[in-house]
Design a protein around this ligand. Structure first.
Ligand SMILES: CC[C@H](O)CC(=O)C(=O)O
Ligand SMILES: [Mn+2]
Length: 338
């Protein structure tokens, strides 16, 4: 099984969810949390890409370059990326983004218009950036045409090409057919970016991986335009369960969501309650009704609810054994105090 590289776009696609109102503090803290969670590529900027802050798309609270600098100040390992839509973003803006700390760029064109990105891909390669060709609205054409367009990006020098499901409209078989065709015909790695509009984002991401994609996008807490993107935390949990190699850290991704992103969303008046501990039920394979009991036991004994559920899973606890959760919490608390 090939290694999977994770791109998180909370600070770019997720920016649509907050009408592009992330603060510089959000940028720094979320980027720091994502790096701690082992995310390979962190995308940042206005939701509509570099220089997207306009009357047409909506003004951002900060310009892209200030956001990039704030995030870059926290990073030593993860690559900071920007999105550039030719016609909106310019090579000049890309140079400024690089100066501010961007190390990668995703050049986004409509799925049948890769040639619009030729100049930008070549300029970005000359600048020494890691370059992704990002073919948007991939559901609107067939696998053959998508592959022709992807081959253009490859010929311009892109390092990776994406089939981007901008409308969240692709069915699993569509994802499989398109990614398989890219995988078969390209020399460079293939990526997938899903939207959850049909509730298929995680499963389509997995289908893309099965078909050979090795670059997969997510957003913390499933933020993102429309119904959001693949939740980064769920993606990591499922990859772990399936035994894929990747650099992500599940608990740290959940922490970045719960401790950094969600409080910032709540401060902006978006009332979001974290239910991420519920994901651990599926990860550990325990009864869903254990959640409230584990939360209570965790609070009572000062133990992480995730550790209680993971241990219950290891012990193969089943319904009716709710009291075991208390015992586990006490044991974990004792271990902690040693
Ligand atoms: C307008 C750019 C767009 O949000 C890029 C993207 O993430 C997508 O097409 O899904
Ligand atoms: Mn998107």
């Amino acid at each position: 099984m090939s290694k999977i590289f994770l791109t998180d776009t909370t600070l770019r696609d997720g920016s649509h969810t907050v009408s592009h109102q992330f603060t510089l503090e959000d940028a720094a803290q979320i980027a720091g949390g994502l790096e701690a969670a082992g995310i390979d590529i962190i995308e940042i900027g206005h939701g509509d890409g570099l220089i997207g802050s306009t009357i047409n798309y909506g003004f951002g609270r900060h310009d892209d370059f200030s956001l990039i600098s704030a995030a870059a100040s926290q990073l030593t390992k993860s690559k900071l990326a920007v999105l550039l839509l030719p016609g909106i973003g310019t090579v000049e803006a890309l140079k400024m983004a690089q100066k501010a700390g961007a190390k990668a760029v995703r050049i986004a064109t409509h799925v049948t218009e890769a040639d619009m990105g030729e100049e930008h891909v070549k300029a970005a390669k000359d600048m020494g950036l890691f370059v992704v060709g990002f073919l948007m609205m991939a559901h609107m054409t067939d696998a053959e045409r998508l592959t022709e367009e992807a081959l253009k990006f490859e010929s311009y020098g892109a390092d990776v090409v994406y089939a981007t499901d901008s409308g969240g409209a692709m069915l699993p078989e569509d994802v499989f057919e398109k990614i398989s065709s890219l995988k078969k015909n390209l020399k460079i790695p293939v990526g997938h970016h899903a939207h959850n509009n049909l509730g298929l984002a995680v499963s389509n991401s997995l289908t893309a991986i099965e078909a050979g994609a090795t670059y997969i996008d997510g957003c913390l807490s499933g933020l993102g335009a429309g119904a959001g993107n693949t939740p980064t935390e769920s993606l990591i949990a499922v990859l772990n369960k399936m035994g894929y190699e990747h650099n992500g850290d599940l608990y740290k991704a959940i922490d970045a969501s719960e401790k950094i992103l969600i409080p910032s969303l709540n401060n902006k008046g978006l009332k979001v309650n974290s239910q991420l501990d519920a994901m651990i039920l599926g990860y550990a394979g325990v009864y869903s009704s254990f959640l409230l009991h584990a939360r209570r036991a965790g609070q009572r004994f000062g133990v992480d609810v995730r550790d209680i559920l993971m241990e219950a899973g290891r012990r193969k606890a089943v319904g009716g054994q709710e009291d075991w959760l208390i015992e586990i919490a006490v044991e974990l608390a004792n271990q902690k105090s040693k």
